[in-house]
Write a protein that binds this ligand. Structure first.
Ligand SMILES: *Cc1c(COP(=O)(O)O)cnc(C)c1O
Length: 346
């Protein structure tokens, strides 16, 4: 196989911004230590690139969802500092945890029994205080099996930390009940948005994900968090439209005057989904290049009026100020990041 020619899609990762965001969240966590959620390939940005930067900034505790995500993390991080959120579904998972030295997060009485039967050892424990997703239900917190565990981090997860919801305080109250009964070395409740809820929610360890990567789930974080992900794509072709010419599938845009357009190497297969159709713009420096017509699988078309000099081979920027882009596209900030496809050169 000859060397591959240069890619026409690249994902810039601003390492200084990433380190800045972790430090800002660590500071905002007060006396608590900030860990880092690096599941889903570090929210799509590339765990192999993200982890060394987070570790240099000072992060020491890492969270993934799947067992399959462990190998890429323990290349860089001490296995004992890695928690697997989905927990052990079977004996193979428990055995993998023991052999690698990573911690399972136990999420149900069944997972607790499975871990103890496999020999036990250091683990984390998730309490479900109201999200009704994963975790030991509140009615089971007095289960005597929990007393036999060697719990490193006792945690819970907030359902509505990004809103001023009464559920936040309800969950906090329940978590305070649970920590009275279950012995653990460390306590953890806050994700990115939870950190902004203040010191009551911080306990010993916070678990930011989204905001490390530039997401702003609450207004309190807006001035602290900076953009990390910078997707860019090449203009494959420049064309000249005449009045009446339409663009792309189903001809949903028709030119009313002579105009220059660019056909860009970015499509829904790359995570730039069809909800961008007719909304928003790509950019070149300060120039805004509005999207025209439907987003295709591998291409999108832009109006080059604001940057007439652009031609084939020039790079343009996708709009990835996550808060603004979420508002424009209707996608969540999480989806914008984790949807970034495999064809991006990272
Ligand atoms: C994903 C996840 C986090 C990180 O949440 P963000 O909202 O991305 O900060 C924290 N804790 C748990 C249990 C998670 O699943």
């Amino acid at each position: 196989m000859p060397e591959l020619p240069p890619a026409t899609l690249r994902l810039g990762l601003d390492h200084a911004a990433l380190a800045n965001n972790w430090r800002a969240l660590d500071r905002l966590s007060g006396p608590a230590e900030a860990g880092a959620a690096v599941k889903a390939n570090a929210y799509g940005l590339g765990v192999g690139k993200v982890l060394p930067t987070l570790m240099k900034a000072g992060a020491r505790k890492f969270f993934v969802a799947h067992w399959s995500e462990v190998p890429d993390v323990i290349v860089h991080a001490n296995p004992g500092s890695v928690s697997v959120l989905h927990g052990p579904m079977n004996a193979a998972d428990a055995s993998f945890a023991r052999l690698t030295g990573v911690k399972p997060v136990l999420n149900s009485p069944q997972q607790v029994r499975r871990w103890l039967e496999s020999g036990g050892g250091p683990c984390d424990l998730m309490i479900d205080t109201g999200i009704n997703r994963l975790g030991i239900p509140m009615q089971d917190i007095a289960d005597p099996a929990l007393q036999k565990l060697d719990v490193d981090v006792l945690m819970s997860h907030l359902a509505s930390a990004d809103e001023d919801s009464d559920l936040n305080a309800v969950q906090l109250g329940r978590f305070k009940d649970a920590i009275q009964t279950i012995p653990a070395k460390h306590l953890s409740m806050a994700n990115s948005a939870g950190i902004a809820l203040g010191p009551d929610y911080a306990f010993d360890l916070t678990r930011p994900g989204l905001s490390l990567y530039g997401g702003v789930p609450r207004p309190e974080l807006a001035d602290l968090i900076v953009q990390v992900a910078k997707p860019e794509a090449v203009i494959l072709q420049r064309r000249q439209l005449k009045p009446g010419d339409s663009v792309g599938y189903n001809a949903v845009f028709t030119a009313t005057s002579e105009m220059a357009i660019g056909v860009v190497s970015l499509g829904y297969a790359d995570g730039f989904l069809r909800c961008w159709t007719g909304k928003g713009a790509l950019a070149y420096g300060g120039a805004s290049l509005p999207l025209l017509g439907k987003v295709s699988m591998d291409m999108v078309v832009i109006d080059l009026s604001a940057a007439q000099h652009l031609h084939e081979g020039d790079w343009v920027e996708a709009p990835y100020d996550l808060l603004k882009s979420s508002e424009t596209s209707g996608l969540s900030q999480y989806e914008l990041l984790t949807g970034l496809g495999q064809r991006f050169h990272r």
